[in-house]
Design a protein around this ligand. Structure first.
Ligand code: INI
Length: 158
């Protein structure tokens, strides 16, 4: 008989680190609100949720690898917004944040959700931070909950 493994959307006793950038805080505070909403609605114990503020998206991988290596959290949720400007700066910051965050998860075995908006305009960012495009902070937290539970199930399986 085959087995199907799937992570439940229940935050229960899971421990989370939310790393959120201060850059574009008008947007990232809304992403943080969305993530907290997802955790609350899925039964998280907020005493087990730490919020860690970083200057910008560039700093996400460094801080994510630090907390993931401590193995004090079941999942890490990274939240920031990179909005295109007049120069190629956007491309460097967005690419390094994406590569770095993906690398942390694979290197440490701790789920790291990528709640990083990369948009051409401020309006697109607003849309994805609680307006018509939903809230990517909420989505990232739901993904973190599901993946943490999936890994727990896989690790407990015999
Ligand atoms: N950081 C962001 O999170 N979003 C941006 O749009 C952004 N832009 O466009 O510059 C940004 N830059 C700061 C960067 O993340 C670092 O904090 C900074 O370069 C210092 O290392």
């Amino acid at each position: 008989m085959s087995r199907v493994f799937e992570g439940q959307l229940s935050a229960g006793d899971l421990r989370f680190a939310i790393i959120v950038s201060r850059f574009n805080s008008f947007i990232t505070e809304r992403l943080l609100g969305g993530a907290m909403d997802a955790l609350t609605r899925t039964g998280a114990n907020l005493d087990l949720v730490d919020v860690i503020k970083v200057p910008g998206s560039w700093e996400l991988p460094l801080v994510a690898v630090e907390v993931a290596r401590q193995h004090r959290y079941d999942a890490v949720i990274c939240l920031s917004a990179v909005i295109r400007g007049e120069t190629p700066h956007f491309d460097y910051v967005a690419a390094e944040a994406a590569k770095g965050v993906a690398h942390v998860a694979v290197e440490t075995g701790v789920p790291v959700a990528f709640g990083v908006l990369t948009t051409n305009t401020l309006e697109q960012a607003i849309d994805r931070a609680g307006a018509k495009g939903g809230n990517k902070g909420f989505d990232a937290a739901m993904t973190a909950i599901e993946t943490a539970n999936l890994l727990r199930a896989l690790r407990q399986a015999t």
